[in-house]
Design a protein around this ligand. Sequence first.
Ligand code: ASP
Length: 463
Amino acid sequence: MTRTLALETIDKIGQEVALYGWVATVRKHGKIAFIDLRDRSGIVQTVDTSGKIKVGSEDVVKITGIVKKRPEKMINPKLNTGTVELEIKNLKIISKAAELPFPIDTDGYDINEEIRMKYRYIDIRRPRMTKNLKIRSQVTTFIRNFLTKRDFVEVETPMLTKTTPEGARDFVVPSRLQKGKFYALPQSPQQYKQLLMVAGLERYFQIVRCFRDEDPRKDRAYGEFTQLDLEMSFVEQEDILQLTEELFTQIVTAIFPDKQILQSPWPRISHKEALEKYGSDKPDLRVNKNNPDELAFSWTIDFPLFKEQSKDDFFYGAGSAKFAPSHHMFTAPHPDDIRFLDADPLKVRGLQHDLVLNGYEVGGGSIRIHRPEIQEKVFDLIGFTKEQKKQFEHMLTAFTYGVPPHGGIAPGIDRFLMAVLSEPSVREAMAFPTSSSGQTSVMDAPSEITEDQLKELGLILRK
Ligand code: ASP
């Protein structure tokens, strides 16, 4: 017999069907047992009148039986299969389940997070988590369709690469073939996407993992996160803002119809005004912050191109130079302000745009520098040494071969989902996140490697 899904039973009254799934609950009333079966489509009630079936919660089973219409007063309006039930003819246990480490019929927020992560495959059975992952998939599918229809090409860029500075520490990977040398995992595909513009693609996107070794926060998972990375040629900032606005508005309409975007077009606030008026460059513009249905998108623009360097700017020399980029060092200065680059760099505005949602910075981007002499100038201002400049020589070289003006943005997928799902942490929107202490879900990493592995890599651990 071919498989019938729980939800399909409502159209199969009177028929004999075979269901496969997990036992969600068992309720006994004397000789009668109600066994709720759960599969990817939902839950359906099955009934054993023999009194002989012995089955436990979360066992994986095959149940055959006849679909019966429930009498009017037995209809369960809480289930989408509530009008029917299955009269069991046979129940076969395919795989027994041990007692779960925690309940999965609650929202789970009160359970210790380390334990949830250790048994993440069970935690995902929780309806809230299953739903979040399904919505995540709908969102990324929507993005792919939206951009592909508009001539964007999805391109994968390398994970084993050289540092791409986004203001965090790199994760490094030792090379076995070239002992003593290291790859860096990309903090973002920033340089590759710019090189793809030199390559003539004109419109690129990628739903991509980025790696940053920075201290965890609730709106930031430790280690890795996913962003929608995109870049366009022959555009102005306005084109990037409009495209992003249209994309996210359509995502909300299609996937989150209960949510209400408070202001359209989204307010655009200068960095200066944001700080003066809201005390933050990512203001929360919701009217009622307790109402989960409000979505307050806004843009923060006109950032200064540079900030004063602090000890957090270790990449740029940490105090050895005066300036560090506000966004990153590929961001173009505002054309009206290029004249201040020499005399008063802090006065120069950058063509940076930050996407803000409900007080979270959900994405950032900019129009890029495409003139090699300006890029060099910025390198000098942020205090790059000769060696550091050499690390980015390929960009300057590429720009000598015909580079279109270009720009882009990279909205964070995890962070957008956290905000739109009103989740307290980005980890609630990720399948296997790293815990706040840097421990991976389920698997025990980071972990030690063997002496042989170290030897092969030419590494000796410092005690
Ligand atoms: N690479 C930037 C980031 O990851 C985004 C961008 O400038 O497009 O924040």
